[in-house]
Write a protein of this length. Structure first.
Length: 309
């Protein structure tokens, strides 16, 4: 399955780094879960959401994630803590904008609840994961790890040549003018609508954790749904760190074509359409969608391995 995951691994042995949904996947993989079991984990979140919330899951995904993680993770995770690194993007409490978030890579946890909080933070998208524009991890305002971290921050000692870099988003020419015309310029898309950050902020902000309600940032915490941001700051979503700044080893479209969607059609997905699934997955055909992404990820991993021989 494609997620933001930095390093391939042997469970409990090989160091791994990840952010966003990839951090969930690497945590389960470190515990020895195979691909089929991890696929079932993601499916359970959506199935539970459909059963409890119907079509009203937007802004409530983290609540479903808490349930799934509490069910999946054992009480004692001490045997895998030293093998993992998970990134979040820390925000500046003195501003009312989400841009220029700081890179924050965590490699130690106080227990399962601390790890779960980290996982919720690394995958937090404004008004999508929860009902607020950002969330709190260790009394700090944070967002999805992709806003403030690149592969250099994720790979051990910053050595991008010493880890297998996996990206969930297509990198290449399929994100183009054609992509704009089919997807629309207001959507998250490769080379279509995402302004790229050109640098990483490696220094954490010194937010006063005792006066959280006095952060200027708190003025925009409840600005949901996202349509209410129109004409206001912060708008649009903060810039991502582009994968192209450090080319990934494995990403959709490098070794194998992007898949056909919907199944049975003759339409090959464009890069922007693939990426739009991250924010707008086809819930009415979610099982097919999961199987499609899993098969492509597995096929690309096999192709990458063959290319190394």
């Amino acid at each position: 399955m494609y997620q933001h995951l930095c390093c391939a691994q042997v469970p409990g042995v090989t160091p791994t780094s990840g952010l966003s949904g990839g951090a969930y996947t690497l945590t389960l993989a470190q515990l020895g879960w195979n691909g089929t079991a991890i696929l079932a984990f993601w499916r359970s979140i959506v199935d539970e959401g459909k059963a409890r919330l119907g079509a009203d899951m937007l802004g409530r995904l983290n609540a479903l994630s808490v349930w799934a993680l509490q069910e999946a993770l054992p009480a004692d995770l001490s045997n895998v803590y030293s093998r993992m690194r998970i990134a979040v993007s820390q925000l500046d409490g003195s501003k009312t904008t989400f841009n220029n978030s700081a890179s924050w890579v965590i490699d130690k946890w106080e227990g399962r609840d601390d790890l779960i909080s980290n996982l919720l933070g690394t995958s937090y998208l404004p008004c999508f994961s929860g009902p607020t524009t950002y969330t709190i991890f260790r009394n700090q305002p944070v967002l999805d790890g992709a806003f403030g971290n690149g592969f250099k921050q994720m790979c051990p000692a910053g050595n991008t040549n010493n880890c297998i870099k996996v990206a969930s988003w297509h990198v290449g020419p399929l994100g183009s003018t054609t992509c704009d015309q089919r997807c629309g310029s207001d959507r998250v898309a490769a080379k279509c609508a995402v302004p790229a950050r050109t640098d990483i902020n490696p220094v954490l902000y010194k937010n006063n954790t005792k006066l959280v309600d006095r952060w200027l940032l708190s003025e925009v915490q409840l600005r949901c749904p996202e349509k209410d941001w129109q004409g206001l700051e912060p708008y649009p979503l903060p810039y991502y760190v582009p994968h192209a700044s450090t080319p990934p080893d494995i990403y959709p479209g490098r070794f194998n074509p992007l898949p056909v969607w919907p199944p049975g059609s003759n339409t090959t997905l464009l890069a922007c359409e693939w990426q739009n699934f991250a924010m707008d997955p086809p819930l009415d055909r979610f099982d097919e969608f999961l199987e499609m992404t899993y098969r492509l990820g597995y096929k690309d991993a096999v192709s990458w391995h063959a290319a190394q021989l």
